[in-house]
Design a protein around this ligand. Sequence first.
Ligand code: F3S
Length: 428
Amino acid sequence: MLLTDDEKRMRDGADGDAVAAAMDLLVRYGEALGAERLVATRNVAGTMTQPSPAKAKLHAEGGWARVYAVTNLDCDRDIEIPRMRVPTCQLQHGFAQDAAGLTSYPESSIAAQDDAEAFFSDRGVTVLATCTPYQVGNLPVRGEHCAWMESSAVVYCNSVLGARTNCEGSASTGAAALTGRIPYWGNHVPENRAATHVVRADVPVASFQEWGMLGYFVGEQVQEARPAVIGELGQPDLADLKHFGAATATSGGVELYHLPGITPEAPTLEAAFLGDAVPRDEIVYDRAARRAVYDALNAQGSSEDVDFILLGCPHASLDQLAEIARLLDGKRLHQDTELWVMTPRALRSVADRSGYTRAITAAGGRVLTDSCPAMSRAAPPGTRVFATDSAKQAHYLPAILGIEAWFGTLEECVDAAVTGRWSGGLAA
Ligand code: F3S
């Protein structure tokens, strides 16, 4: 690993023990990956405040400094944690105060998280508390080197914004935050960003649900490769692309896709391949494939009595909140259903001022922040059957909580919330 003079200084302790531990971790990590050098970053999205039983034990031993040393720096010594060297944000974490008493999620974890927020914000961490940092102030520009965690955010960062990040972990982001460095490999290297496959949609993809299903298909087909997606694609908006990318990273491990005309590096299909020949073999998404995806996402649904509806995965945009409020206007949830909409704190505040929260809560729903049932492993007590418009949540929640799942459109989910019954079905 070639280090600059500044990096050697950090490694040798000139900026303190924590920075030295961070640089040591990055060198070990980079060498394991085969990276020859580090690259400067000024944009880190990681996780420090998320509580866990292991962190509670470390906290009892030596406070949040010990938690950060062990969890984020792989360091077993007692060290001071200084201010982050570069702009760093906290991604989603556990449920916040607004969910207190609504689930079996422990209130002690909420209190621990509040305590962690105070510690880390004192050290320069911006507590965005969302899986969609790009919706609330962390919007990297094309070509910018980032160190982000959270698969749905990583794929959006690379593919929609044209910035560059691998799917990092809590240790590598913790070390990047203190050094402003990350190994130069994978998606940071221009030639590694060329498309590998062509996926052609032969059915129209022009709604939130359709983008989610196409994403689920693409991920399943290409796994961790880099697809270029063409065909009967309508103009997607932010919510469509956040759903699409999250789905590709759920059924597969896509970190970068190319949508010619949308992905900044791919004005054309040919450009997506960076000068290599475009493969003749195309993976085709047709009616049968669409039906198979829909059936897979609904394979865990059996009872039509729904008791929980989950919207906002990835965290809801303002447009989604406005639409949910509109659909619920003048309605009342069924007495046996709960409706949660997950959104970033910052957008919740705009939703409060814009009347969206009022409309949703007047109907009996809740707008919650910071987390989600999959992340915090908790849903309303007694939940047996849930419905969602998110392919990611439909994929994970049955396995995490042992409950049934229905996947459908936003309208179908709101209908289930109001009637207590699932009546969704795949439109022709
Ligand atoms: Fe976000 Fe939870 Fe979905 S963290 S991407 S709402 S699984």
